[in-house]
Design a protein around this ligand. Structure first.
Ligand code: PA5
Length: 424
């Protein structure tokens, strides 16, 4: 299977080669810190070798539980927020053709009563199972959702409810762990040394994805191959980290991930969390944004072409999308499209991408291009690991701890005070 390709050529003309070489040297030393465990937050680098260490027994256990959920359910509800659902949704939405298993629905990623009501309406006459995912086990949003949905499951299935609830949480601490032990729910452990946004390749993502019928072996294999490849220098993830930091030095404070397939929408959300939470601290960071082209060329395209020149783009291209359609020859040209008759939509989409890269470059926006072979689990496994690795190196280049998120507590403290939570 083919490795993803990083193409930095569309950045040509936007940087000084000597400075790039210097940045690459710095990045190499950060890779060394990462592997030697001497960098900041090194107690949270368990994801580094995770895909290479995931063993058959772990996968077998996950598949056994997932198989049970799969057999019994029309829907799997993933209860979790941030790193406890974004990676799962990114992979689930990407894999094509869609798995034939139960659809994954999401709860606990907002506190919207309307969203919860819509979910309850949707599942009313259906068979459902719950994956409750929370590393800390104390996060308010999923905890509220779990109260409601556990009640629903217990009422619907009585003593058999416990066959339909799986907890994915910390080994020791947290309410979800206590609950699973007390109620006899199956539970899986999120390793201590892996933070939420780096956890999609742990049971956090693997259990719900396997339950929905996604081939998790393929996903892990893609990540494992990228992990082996990234052990040596130079590697693509390190070059990407070096380039984005060099662009930042040149005043490019915003990175926009641009994709041309709807299937990548939630991958961009996962990526924004990964980089936003990892780098945005101590007054530093590159602001991660995203667009879905060509739709957003008709909304954000104007700004990207001519607005404040503090942006660069990272484009993800799927070289072989799973489906294509021919543009029909209608025998007339009243719409001025006869010149495209017989061509395929993917051909036009790819041309739009290449043309947009040219136009944006001419407008002063450097581009980084990442080519993926196809829309498979293997390809997204590679992509996940590529960004995890580059995020760690990039955070080290910035001089921050890419594995903590102290700023996330601020809204919670204010909210708990206003809600009257004891102790606040
Ligand atoms: O990356 C992170 O650590 C966060 O985004 C968490 O995943 C998110 O806050 C949810 O936390 P928890 O899994 O503890 O409920």
């Amino acid at each position: 299977m083919k490795k993803l390709e990083l193409d930095l050529k569309p950045c040509d003309g936007f940087f000084n080669v000597r400075e790039y070489d210097k940045k690459v040297e710095q990045a190499y030393s950060k890779v060394h810190e990462l592997f030697s465990g001497t960098g900041r937050g090194n107690e949270y680098t368990g994801w580094l070798n995770l895909p290479l260490e995931t063993n058959k027994k772990q996968i077998k256990d996950i598949k056994a539980t997932a198989g049970r959920l799969r057999e019994n359910s029309d829907y799997i509800i993933n209860i979790g927020i941030g790193g406890s659902y974004l990676g799962t949704k990114a992979v689930y939405d990407f894999i094509s053709p869609k798995s034939e298993g139960p659809e994954i629905l999401y709860a606990g990623n907002t506190i919207s009563g309307t969203q919860m009501k819509d979910l309850m309406d949707k599942i009313r006459d259906k068979d459902v199972s719950l994956c409750v995912v929370s590393k800390s086990g104390t996060t308010t949003e999923p905890a509220i959702a779990f109260r409601i949905l556990e009640g629903f499951i217990k009422e619907r299935y009585g003593v058999k409810a416990k066959e339909r609830i799986v907890g994915i949480t910390d080994a020791k601490k947290g309410a979800v762990k206590v609950l699973c032990d007390e109620m006899g729910y199956d539970s899986f452990v999120i390793p201590d040394n892996i933070g939420g946004r780096y956890s999609v390749l742990t049971p956090v993502g693997l259990v719900p994805l396997a339950a929905s019928g996604v081939d998790i072996d393929e996903l892990v294999a893609g990540a494992a191959d990228m992990a082996s490849y990234s052990k040596n220098l130079p590697n693509d993830a390190t070059m990407y980290a070096a380039m984005r930091n060099l662009l930042l030095d040149g005043g490019k404070t915003i990175e926009i991930m641009a994709v041309y397939e709807e299937s990548l929408r939630f991958f961009t959300e996962w990526w924004k969390q990964l980089f936003g939470e990892s780098e945005g601290k101590e007054g530093k960071g590159i602001f991660p944004a995203s667009v879905i082209f060509s739709a957003d060329l008709h909304s954000m395209g104007q700004y990207i072409q001519e607005g404040n020149r503090n942006i660069f783009e990272t484009v993800i291209n799927i070289k072989n999308p799973p489906f294509d359609m021919k543009i029909p020859d209608t025998g007339q040209d009243s719409d001025g499209l006869a010149y495209l008759a017989g061509k395929t939509m993917n051909y036009v989409n790819e041309t739009a991408m290449l043309a947009t890269i040219n136009a944006h470059r001419k407008g002063g926006v450097p581009n980084i291009l990442i080519n993926l072979e196809d829309q498979s689990g293997y390809s997204i496994g590679q992509l996940i690991y590529f960004f995890e690795f580059s995020c760690a190196v990039s955070g080290y280049l910035l001089g921050v701890n890419p594995f903590d998120q102290p700023g996330v507590e601020a809204y919670k403290t204010e909210m708990f005070k206003m809600l009257g939570k004891p102790g606040f």
